[in-house]
Ligand binder design. Sequence first.
Ligand code: GLC
Ligand code: CA
Length: 556
Amino acid sequence: MSNSNNFFNGSLSEDWWKSAVFYQIYPRSFCDSNNDGIGDLRGVINKLDHLNDGNGGGLGIDAIWLSPFFPSPQADFGYDVSDYCDIDSDYGTLDDFDKLVFEAHKRKIRVVLDLVLNHSSDQHDWFKESMVDRTNSKADWYVWANPKPNGEPPNNWLAVFGGAAWTYEPLREQYYLHNFLAEQPDLNWYNPEVREALAEVVRFWMSRGVDGFRLDTANYYAYDRQLRDNPKRPAGSHPLEDGQEANPLSGYITKYSKDRPENIEFIHFLRKIFDEKANFTSIGEIGSSEGLEETLKLGADYVRHGDGLHMAYTFAMLSKEMNAEYFGHVVGFTEQMIEDGWPCWSLSNHDCTRMVTRFNCFAEREGFQQMMLLLLLSLRGTPIIYYGEEVDMEEYPITKEELRDPQGIRFWPEIKGRDGCRLPFPWDSAAPNQGFNTGKKPWLPAKNSLSLDQAQAYPESSYHVIKEMLKIRKTNPALQKGKFRQILLEGDCFVFERKTKDQTLLIAANFSTENHSIKLPLKVEKDLTPGALKHSGSIKNERLSLPACGYFLGKV
Ligand code: GLC
Ligand code: CA
């Protein structure tokens, strides 16, 4: 049952991931099948039809990325893995996993797993052995270094989740490196035995039928072997990520602790293993706090020439700032940098404030959300929808008592952490816990204002807009693979073209709450804008009129 790719016979092209629409599931929060308060794999299986039932029903999603469900002490909710080749009992069993792959493939949904290869949990057997002395068989599997003569950590590197990136281990009388929590020791990628062990992990899941990986923190694998201090950030330059100013790490340029030139060689190593399986794909999380263009350049470096990542996941659209100029610049600059690489876009994930709340500077919240989603689905590049975007999930104002996320616990109240974007999916407004389970208190409160049943009953909801747009994508190849060309970027409006040999499409968006009218340099033959969209543009006498937060799609 596990190797169930034959469902794709005849339809699986080598670059299926370029035209696919991905959907990120945070399994802990999707659906709780056994009513223990925690979402699980059987819950995901129960809800696959919502994504795509294989017969034209459901949203029409082509691939799911599942955040980690491997055995874990849950210090960072699964991003601390204590066994790479099993399933945590919170989420189910390997049998459940095989069933999930089978049921997904049956519906033509590909399955992408989240591999956390930069670090393991401190409860992984590898680390438990590595920490006991300097001579054991795993002694060099993590990054160990001697204290400074005064006993301090080897250098000034700071952890993303607070404090030094080094923790002292008395048994070895040495420090170990952890770019995130102390419970997440960094693996030593320079050690070939480590690389081989991770390659075996990759092969394990490939042979169980998965179609790709999302690689967690894929630019952290390498570190400066001389362990040089990170330079201080010059005053006046700002980190890209929303709300990170309060984190002392943002006072440094992380030149030596990540983004090392050797990192790309480690990615080349992984790519060779990915290429052992036909039609496999990868999305590496490549985040940088060195400004927008640096981030985009860095991402592009990983995807050119077909020997690195298939796609780089960028933080560029996870910004707080969003307007036509910013959006147009991100897209234009990416196109300039990426050459033969393929972009990948998303507007939200499990680490950042929900889009509908983040962009709340606009009166037209729903309109803005729908316009952004439609733009996401119109760009050249693979779009990733974050679970709940179809029901306009908003950021939940978490209280101190409800906090679960270690980042929020550490930095409260300056940084409130990531719980607010990880709420249970609201399936049913009339059911206990909005249908997430049958009544046991969920690990985070089930409190979204809109539920799926309500969104489905309302013809102009984001649910219907997305669903319709995914159908339009399927029948209009230029939306999937067409070239991008900017037509106009003026004030609040952004207009571009997607073009294949046989088809030219025009896409326009208005990022403001005022109406705009634009003289178009191209003649639009047919309006293809989803009918469910309330804020749709229209053409009259070669002028396009775009209402507040308006979007337009037309055939040229
Ligand atoms: C990535 C994940 C995040 C996690 C971190 C450490 O950024 O998206 O959730 O906390 O890596 O693994
Ligand atoms: Ca459960």
